[in-house]
Design a protein around this ligand. Structure first.
Ligand SMILES: Cc1cc2nc3c(=O)[nH]c(=O)nc-3n(C[C@H](O)[C@H](O)[C@H](O)COP(=O)(O)OP(=O)(O)OC[C@H]3O[C@@H](n4cnc5c(N)ncnc54)[C@H](O)[C@@H]3O)c2cc1C
Length: 420
């Protein structure tokens, strides 16, 4: 994609909030801000809205999370998207597939049992199932080598991720959100430590509140206001096979955690993606000012290795043709938690980034929480573990940050302490 900058002057010169970035975080925040009465909400994107990482996602939702806060956000997100049409009048198709979380090593099996018990305590409906039950639920699996499997019936997926973004854009426009495409933000006006406006290639918008939801570019946008946004952009890929006889669209998502692989039905075939142990960082700061997500180099070898690792559980994979191979950039943080809340050191600048691989699914909850926080002065529940101000300056050492972000990616399903 080449940037086609809109040459028309801006149709607005003032706003109550400007949201920078029309990906999953930006569209959800803009919609919720407008719905909750933030006033004039403007959503700007340097490219076409909803065109960068978010439409390339797998569309998976996962209630079993690392802690109670993320679990609550996952559950809130599922509640919002499954009730979206009723609340907004805008259709949003969702597959209520459920999911299986499964492990092939004793250490990972123990981890699944612990996570299931903790999650049940946080209100997630989940149960351990035997291999025969797992196969009944997901006939695309053979159960050879599975040591523990947990079934989470309430997990869902969105078949085509672009539909979620389109639905939020439509619902936001109904609430009065003004969307400005092909409008790169090139500066933030800051005086006496307070945001005063946004500078774009088409002119300026005076505003006292800005949300940096610029995904892989969020550190660049933060820097425009002298704010540090500690994210590490890392490539992530998936592929969708050609249709495979016998795969039903509502079969569950499966996550094989020791292989760091996820699977789901997709377009009559299977989708596979996963987290390689030798990830590739790619920072737009070094990639040049025209960098766009379609320039992320794709590497089939990575996915072939992941597929080979699970061939005993999904024997149909190696013989299936590939219909689509896609990828984008995750924004990892040093502790695998979002950056959601006020930026350090600049009043009026808020962050909604640091997706850590679950920004598509949890963005619905994040958008709601951020909007309530910005409007009401406090988040609706304790999200201090996501507050960008939690990091000390030491976390901003670039080499240490990159090392930590890559570690979080490579150990996505396996927290510290589990060794195989
Ligand atoms: C292959 C793949 C599979 C994934 N699967 C899942 C999944 O199953 N579930 C899940 O939850 N997550 C998944 N993710 C992660 C998910 O896609 C991301 O967490 C999410 O899309 C991040 O959204 P975003 O809004 O931060 O970024 P983006 O969607 O990239 O949006 C950021 C926007 O900011 C704009 N922008 C940047 N700089 C400027 C500027 N200066 N001026 C104006 N606009 C600007 C960009 O143009 C862009 O549109 C997956 C990711 C990939 C790559």
């Amino acid at each position: 994609m080449t940037r086609s900058v809109n040459g028309q002057p801006l149709p607005v010169s003032e706003a109550d909030v400007v949201v920078i970035g029309a990906g999953a975080f930006g569209v959800t925040a803009a919609y919720q801000l407008a719905r909750l009465g933030a006033g004039r909400v403007v959503l700007v994107d340097q490219f076409a809205p909803a065109s960068q990482t978010s439409p390339r996602a797998a569309g998976l939702y996962k209630q079993i999370q690392a802690d109670a806060t993320l679990t609550k956000l996952a559950q809130l997100s599922i509640e919002i998207v499954t009730g979206f049409e009723a609340a907004t009048g805008v259709p949003l198709p969702v597959l209520r597939s459920g999911s299986l979380l499964t492990a092939r090593t004793p250490a990972h099996a123990a981890m699944i049992r612990e996570e299931a018990a903790a999650s049940a305590g946080w209100g997630v409906d989940c149960e351990l199932v035997d291999p025969a039950a797992a196969r009944r639920l997901a006939p695309y699996l053979t159960t050879d080598g599975l040591r523990a499997t947990c079934h989470i019936p309430g997990d869902i997926f969105v078949e085509e991720p672009s539909t979620l973004l389109a639905a939020y854009l439509a619902a936001g426009e109904k609430q009065g959100v003004k969307v400005l495409a092909e409008t790169p933000v090139t500066g933030l006006r800051v005086s006496n430590g307070r945001i005063g406006g946004v500078v774009t290639t088409r002119g300026e918008i005076a505003t006292e509140r800005v949300v940096d939801a610029a995904g892989a570019w969020s550190a660049i946008v933060g820097r425009l206001g002298e704010a540090t946004v500690p994210v590490v952009p890392v490539r992530h890929q998936l592929l969708i096979t050609e249709p495979i006889a016998g795969i039903a669209p509502e079969e569950p998502i499966t996550r094989i955690i020791d292989a760091a692989v996820y699977l789901r039905p997709a377009r009559g075939g299977l989708m596979i993606g996963g987290f390689e142990s030798d990830p590739m960082p790619l920072d737009p700061r070094q990639a040049g000012s025209d960098f766009a997500m379609d320039q992320v180099p794709l590497d089939r070898d990575v996915l072939d290795r992941l597929a080979a690792d699970v061939r005993d559980q999904v024997p149909v994979l190696p013989d299936s043709g590939v219909a689509e191979h896609r990828g984008g950039l995750l924004t990892m943080t040093a502790d695998a938690r979002f950056l959601l809340g006020p930026a350090t050191g600049v009043d009026g600048l808020w962050l909604a980034t640091g997706c850590n691989g679950s920004g598509f699914s949890l963005s619905s909850g994040c958008g709601r929480v951020l909007a309530e926080w910005m409007i009401g002065g406090a988040p609706p529940f304790d999200v201090s573990s996501l507050d960008p101000r939690r990091f000390g300056e030491t976390a901003f050492d670039p080499d240490a940050l990159t090392k930590a972000g890559l570690w979080q990616y490579a150990n996505y399903y396996t927290p510290a302490g589990v060794t195989v």
